[in-house]
Each structure stands twice: as structure tokens, then as C-alpha cells.
Design a protein. Sequence first.
Length: 118
Amino acid sequence: MDYFKAFLIGGLICALVQMLMEKTKLLPGRIMVLLVCLGVALGALGLYQPLIDFAGAGATVPLSGFGYTLWTGVRDAVNNEGFLGIFKGGFGACAIGISASLLLGFFACLVFKPKTKK
């Protein structure tokens, strides 16, 4: 049942984003920023944690989950270290994910030949 809930919520998030991409003129980069900011806002309002409790990876894997992770890192760092936690918390909470994406992106550039769209 956990897999079904994760698939359902993750698929719903992806379907909503796909509709946003198809029906609006927003560029993909702006939609990605919108998702991260939405995760931060829902985390700050206390609405994202119940979604994570229900859906698990279906809510943490999309970019809104990345925004929520940034939010929790900043919140915890501010509680522990004060004002400087605003600047340090997000990096500490997301360091593994950011490092992995940079390294895997670098290795992908070594393996594949980039092409421009015509």
C-alpha cells in the first residue's frame, strides 16, 4: 500500500506539473523554481509534512520535496545557531543531493555528446 500511495501522490504532482507546462507559457526553469518555492511555502505553513507522512517518497522525490528539505534545514539551523542558520541550513540539509547531482551531471557530460536543438 505504501508503494501505491507514493505512486499516486508522485504521479499526481507530475501530472499537475505537466498540465502547467502544456497549458501555460511558463518556461521549464521557472516551473522548477515554482516547485521548489511551493515546497518551501507548504513546509513553512506546516502542510507538507502530513503529505510526506502519507505518501513518503511520492512527496519527497519531486522538486517540491527538495524545497521542503531546504526549509527544514534552514528552520533547524536557525533554531540551533540563530541568524547565521539562514545561510547555512539549506546547504547542510541538501549537501548530499546537490553533490550527487553535480557529480552525476559531470559524468553524464563525459559520456554523452551534447547537441543543440535546431
